[in-house]
Structures are given as structure tokens and as C-alpha cells.
Design a protein around this ligand. Sequence first.
Ligand code: PEP
Length: 244
Amino acid sequence: MTNKYMYFIANWKMFGDLRTLNTLNKVIIFTKKIKKNKFKLIYCPPSTLICPLAKTLKKTSIEVGAQNCHESENYGPYTGQINSKMLKSVGAKYVILGHSENRLSGESDKLINLKITAAIKAGLKVIFCIGESLSEKRKKVTKKILAKQIKNGLNKIKNKKRILIAYEPFWAIGSGLIPKESELFETIDYIKSKARGSKVLYGGSVNLKNINNLKNINNLDGFLIGGASQVSNNFIDIIKKTYN
Ligand code: PEP
């Protein structure tokens, strides 16, 4: 049971179309019934849905984020890319950066740092993902990896309050596996000591069953949720269980 102000961030990845937005009515009704300031709900849909979703959520407390952005703060000849200014102009307030699915396809700490810098400059808040691979966990170098990702990713970023760090071990994403409670508590404490001022969330296979254990980790500031956020009833029940 917690009474803490928590973030619940939905990462829809490459799922959803205009019809999917209708399913959010349930979530909107749910948030309207809840006492203000209890939690913050943020949806990060694919880029095609940011603008319509921001319009749908205009009169609600739910906010919208993007899943990535280009590192250039200006327009330019970058086919297929979108920068943070463009995201902000269609209603995004947040952007997820450094997600492991993008790190695995070649995003370096340096590139992520450039993206974070541009996003902050454009006025977005950043959901900065960090995490170790399974082999790094087995080699017991998790802290070393996280320290490097934080140092390089947040290089020259002064206002840590605009950064929400999401600790997402690569091996926990979409796998049904989560870290042990004691390990997670220790890792979150470690991240907080390295990025003072930032909120720290957990992400990786959060679901209706394991939320009962995860909610006991009292240094966590919330959750980044992929698969389980795509069905509104599941997402609502995860939030309800966090506070029960
Ligand atoms: C994610 O990809 O950010 C994530 C947390 O995914 P899942 O919840 O599906 O493991």
C-alpha cells in the first residue's frame, strides 16, 4: 500500500490507431473520479496518435508524450525523423529517450545525450531509460553500467527535475521477469544517488500480478508500462492495486 504521488507512464510502442483512442474513455472517467494530485498518468503513443490524443485529453489531467525524437533542434533534411519542437507543437509534454529497443538498434549514450539536450531546450520533460543486459547482470556489473549511462546520458544537463529516470533492465522488458524486491530497492537507491533531483521509475513486465510486490518498493516514484498499458482495464487495475 502506498500513498505516494506516483507516475504511471504508458508506452504503447508501435501499437494503436485512431480507433484505439476510443478505448481511453474508461481511463478518462476513472481519472475524473480520483482525488487530484494522487498520481500522474502519461500516455506515450506512436507519433501518428500524439496530436489526436492530445486533443482527446485536453480537458483531463492525463498528459501525452512521444517515444523518441531526433537530436537536431532545427528542421533539416532527415527523412522519417521528428524533432522535439515538432512534438511539442502537437501537444507532447514528454519524450521517452534511451529506450533499450533503440539502444539495441544502435543509439549510443552520446546520441541519447544530444537528444535529451534538444528535448529539454524545446521544453519537453524526458523519460530517460537506463538498464543492464542479462549478461551484464550475470557479470554483476549492473551498477557500473547504470553509472556510465547516467553520467554520459545526462552530461551537462543541469535541471534534473525535468528528467524522470526509468530503470528498465533489458532482460525484464516483455519477458515476464522482474528483479527481486531487495535488488530493485538497492538499484533504485543507487540511481537516486547518481542523479539527485530526478524521480526514478521502474519498467519491465509490470502487470496485474507483480504490481502487488512492486508497490512495496517504497523508493520508487512510479512505473513505465508497455504491454499491460495497452488494455485500459488492465492499466486502471494496476493503478488501483498500487493504492490498495
Ligand atoms: C517498455 O518497453 O518500456 C516496457 C516497460 O515494456 P513491458 O511493460 O511490455 O515489459
